[in-house]
Ligand binder design. Structure first.
Ligand code: HEC
Length: 173
């Protein structure tokens, strides 16, 4: 009698050929198979979970929202709009404007002290009032301005808490 086994586990191909099978050999063989099965199952559990292409794409997006985004929605969005495009002749845009990308001090001052009077942004004139938002904490202003400077087509250096602290201290003489 001849017994021939071929097993295929993932990357392993296991085969055994018994000319004269005796109980002892067969037993050892099955124990071996169970061991390999156990090892391959437990190592599968440890590895990264299998994902479909769709899931991988979804998971690749950052899960956490920028803290500045939440604050922007709360304190700036009403006038400057969700995507920073503003409202023509009423609220200027925050998309690659001189104020947003330029001098950080002037940008921080805009939030701390507000702004009023005639200005020109991207070739368009505005003469309106932005109330000061000095009740926001240094950290909140830094988060908002960092968010603004890295979104809406902007790509400028972050605004730090100490940047805001310095400007605030200079303003409160
Ligand atoms: C109540 C409406 C309102 C809110 C809220 C508001 N702004 Fe403004 N903002 C304005 C107006 C109006 C101007 C233009 C003022 C003028 O005409 O002199 C302006 C001007 C600006 C400017 C300079 C011009 C430009 O567009 O580059 C920046 C930068 C700015 N705002 C940022 C912010 C940020 C950041 C927040 C939230 C922390 C905010 N604003 C909240 C109304 C607002």
């Amino acid at each position: 009698m001849r017994i021939f086994f071929v097993f295929h586990f993932g990357n392993f191909l296991i085969w055994a050929d018994f000319e004269k099978p005796c109980m002892k050999e067969t037993k050892t063989f099955f124990i071996l198979v169970l061991l390999i099965l156990g090892v391959s199952c437990s190592s599968e559990k440890k590895g990264p979970p299998r994902m479909t292409a769709k899931q991988t794409k979804k998971d690749a997006k950052p899960k956490s929202t920028h803290p500045g985004k939440v604050l922007y929605m709360q304190f700036c969005m009403a006038c400057h709009m969700e995507n920073g495009e503003g409202v023509p002749s009423l609220y200027p845009p925050l998309t690659q404007t001189e104020y947003v990308l330029g001098d950080k001090k002037r940008l921080i001052e805009t939030v701390l002290h507000g702004m009023e009077g005639p200005i020109e942004v991207k070739g368009e004139k505005y003469n309106n009032i932005m109330a000061k938002l000095d009740y926001l904490r240094d950290e909140q202003i830094a988060d908002i301005l960092t968010y603004v400077r890295s979104n809406f087509g902007n790509n400028a250096e972050a605004v730090t808490v100490s940047d805001v602290r310095t400007v605030r201290a200079a303003g409160a003489k």
